[in-house]
Design a protein around this ligand. Structure first.
Ligand code: FAD
Length: 408
């Protein structure tokens, strides 16, 4: 099975190893590194990656592969004007505008650029792309644009902690390196909500997946695919799996898709003979030894349970903000963990009555309770969960950061 990107590009890596190689395949796909996946060669339980220079890595971590490909680097400077945490659309847009305006800018990304948008098969409602653009291509273009203006993008590095110190923010990266910047933008987005059903963790990447990774589509040829979720991400995934799979079934708790999914996706799903929608349902059980074999579905109107054969289950229920670290640092979030910014910091219904620490002036729009720490995109309370909105907020953050830096 040959995976994305298209075969015209010679592979830089050949990957074997079934479920053990899932993260590596996902990373290479999202980092736009051409690779070939041989799913019927090599042992199932050990990933093996052969690079185009002949290097062979047995059982590597994603970081090992990233390092071998020269994709992992330490910050080039001791200190930056502006650090951006997260290279989704919000972070990449901020990086483009900040670096083209001359701010020394670094972006820290724990996986590969693109964020959630980078996992989208086809974004059709982003301005300027009437035929749509794949998330991977949009991410690759944005990364290139940011780097062209001089932004540094550190991949496979996560910001694990950060605090103000002597007029700077000092953060710690996964590898222990510390990063100093005068202002910071948090653009860490949201993660998939976990499915609390026995067997999910055991069968994860062996037929069960969070999101609908493009790297898995060829492997679903002729198979029975189930998707949980009624949002646009579930709809895009269903339409794309329908090009490969035998049938695709979308499971939703509600009445149907029209309330939660864009109209153009609903119409195409209606027209596809291979896609079925089962309203008022939820998955209550999974079975399989080495690979997912069946799912048990409950009809919530009748409580009837049915076990059906399934080769792939893709869980597309989103919406957990990635701000665990914020609480430890005393940055205000709302009850569900989204970062509160601007005027919302004074609304007790949003803050739950908690007070921001005392500060010399009112917060700027997009500024959190900590002066100089900004938030943009899906992670921000009150944001519109769309690519264009995230890009807009990322761009808008830059003049606000400049105002903060001008305070001296
Ligand atoms: C499958 C799918 C399809 C979609 N399709 C559409 C569409 O067609 N049209 C549309 O408008 N919207 C679509 N969306 C929604 C859109 O992608 C999001 O609204 C948008 O990506 C939000 O951008 P963001 O930059 O705020 O966050 P994200 O895209 O979530 O990016 C956040 C980034 O931060 C990184 N990160 C998180 N924590 C850390 C940390 N501690 N250190 C370093 N990095 C970190 C993550 O790895 C990630 O790369 C889709 C979403 C999904 C999942």
């Amino acid at each position: 099975v040959s995976a994305t990107p298209p075969a015209a590009t010679p592979p830089r890596v050949v990957v074997t190893g079934g479920a053990a190689a899932y993260d590596i395949r996902d990373f290479l796909t999202r980092a736009a590194v051409p690779f070939e996946y041989l799913d019927d060669e090599g042992p199932e339980d050990v990933a093996v990656c052969t690079l185009d220079d002949g290097t062979c890595l047995t059982g590597p971590t994603v970081q090992d592969v990233g390092r071998a490909l020269g994709l992992v680097s330490a910050p080039a400077r001791d200190s930056y004007d502006f650090a951006i945490i997260g290279a989704g659309p919000a972070g990449l847009a901020a990086a483009v505008y900040a670096s083209c305006e001359g701010l020394s800018t670094v972006v820290v990304e724990e996986w590969a650029p693109g964020g959630q948008a980078g996992t989208s098969w086809r974004i059709e409602n982003y301005l300027g792309f009437p035929e749509g653009i794949s998330g991977a291509e949009l991410a690759a273009r944005a990364r290139h644009q940011a780097e062209k203006f001089g932004a540094e993008i550190l991949m496979l590095q996560s910001m694990t902690e950060g605090h103000p110190e002597d007029g700077h923010f000092v953060g710690t990266l996964t590898d222990g390196t510390s990063l100093r910047a005068r202002a910071v933008l948090v653009a860490t987005g949201v993660d998939w909500r976990r499915l609390e059903v026995d067997g999910v963790e055991r069968l994860l990447h062996s037929g069960v997946y969070y999101g609908a990774a493009a790297s898995e589509a060829p492997g679903m040829a002729g198979k029975e695919v189930y998707i949980i979720g009624g949002g646009n991400s579930a709809g895009q995934a269903a339409l794309n799996f329908a090009e490969h799979a035998r049938t695709v079934t979308i499971l939703v708790r509600g009445e149907g898709l029209s309330e939660t999914m864009a109209n153009y996706l609903c119409q195409r799903i209606d027209q596809s003979p291979l896609i079925h929608v089962r309203p008022h349902t939820e998955v209550v059980g999974l079975d399989g030894d080495e690979w997912l074999h069946s799912v048990t579905i409950r009809d919530n109107t009748t409580s009837h349970e049915e076990t059906v054969p399934a080769d792939g289950l893709f869980i597309c229920i989103g919406g957990v903000p990635r701000t665990g670290w914020a609480e430890q640092d005393g940055v205000l979030t709302n009850a569900t963990g989204y970062l509160i910014t601007g005027r919302d910091l004074f609304d007790p219904e949003v803050t739950g009555g908690r007070q921001a620490r005392s500060r010399p002036r009112d917060p700027y729009p997009l500024e959190t309770s900590l002066p100089g720490l900004f938030a943009a995109g899906d992670v921000r309370f009150g944001s519109t969960k769309r690519v264009a909105a995230a890009v807009g907020e990322g761009a808008m953050a830059v003049p606000l950061v400049r105002r903060f830096l001008a305070e001296g």
